[in-house]
Ligand binder design. Sequence first.
Ligand code: KIV
Ligand code: ZN
Length: 385
Amino acid sequence: MKHIQFMDTTLRDGEQSAGVNLNPQEKLQIAKQLERLGIHVMEAGFASASLGDFQSVQEIGRVIQHASVMSLARAKESDIREAYEALKGAVAPRLHIFIATSDIHLKYKLRMSRLEVLASIRESVKLAKSLFPTVQFSAEDATRTEHAFLAQALEEAIRCGADVVNIPDTVGYTNPQEYLSLFRYMQQHVPSYEKAIFSCHCHDDLGLAVANSLAAIEGGALQVEGTINGIGERAGNAALEEIAVALRIREDHYKAQTNLVLKEIKATSALVSRLTGMVVPKNKAIVGANAFAHESGIHQDGVLKEASTYEIISPQLVGEEQNKLVLGKHSGRHAFTERMKEIGYELTEEERDRAFRTFKQLADRKKEVTEEDLHALILGETSLV
Ligand code: KIV
Ligand code: ZN
């Protein structure tokens, strides 16, 4: 079994979601919950981005005891020193340096040559390593970078002291097969490969962030990065709760374990949603309101007989109280009878058949038949009272 470290960037990449702005108290609240969730590293912010971010990184670094706290920094001396000032009181501080490596970014954004980028990696990683016990280097836009140059950049970073090297799919461009091959390529073409932990960081522009992250793990990534509920820049980041549960449920396939306390997932998701104002879609995997709801009669009958017929994840595993059998027009007699018993009606077969017919008529008009509707239905059927 390999061990996968989770790096949560809800407070940095997640906060880059359009329209999201967390104040320092809210960030601290989320950081404490991430600690309860068992996250290995949390990226608390970008210390040099603003005074607020600096103070927030500093406060989280001071309070969090059981996770490594990291700040983002450009490959610039001023950013690195500022992050150092923010995190010098932390139990396990980390610096995250990034610089783009793709030709598109070099030409249009950085206006730097490849040689200049390599020199910048060398200088910044060396400086960072003289100040921090652990340094992560990210090659921004790695998936659109020529493989040989990416290998060279990562090798330089490792040789200068990077403990973790990250291959971000910054613009959500790659696909699972391609990303897996990229990790395997690095295994063969980065001479110091064994000296660092390789990390994956996926964005969801094509809806592939979680699938790509899982592919990277198959390709050798030992750290996975993402956010709670998948929030983040544009279409967001990989949803960490989905990756964690996929690794657990398909442990047979991935042969990987994590330190995450999965029963904290629901609470973490709810907190992040409430404080960021980013509503979790009802059908979102793991944490959506419908993730454990069954509506069709065939499914409800199966679940009532044996939950594993239609549930691959037990709701309690992720901190959800129980599954929900929603009464609607697709529901069958079995779920209807069970719900009637639950709310106190022991009906004869004849009474039940009549009530069930009335229920079906109502369900044709209403999306969901609630407990109140069922009481009203029984009261309406005067002979059943
Ligand atoms: O998506 C990205 O490339 C990033 C880097 C800063 C790692 O968020
Ligand atoms: Zn990102």
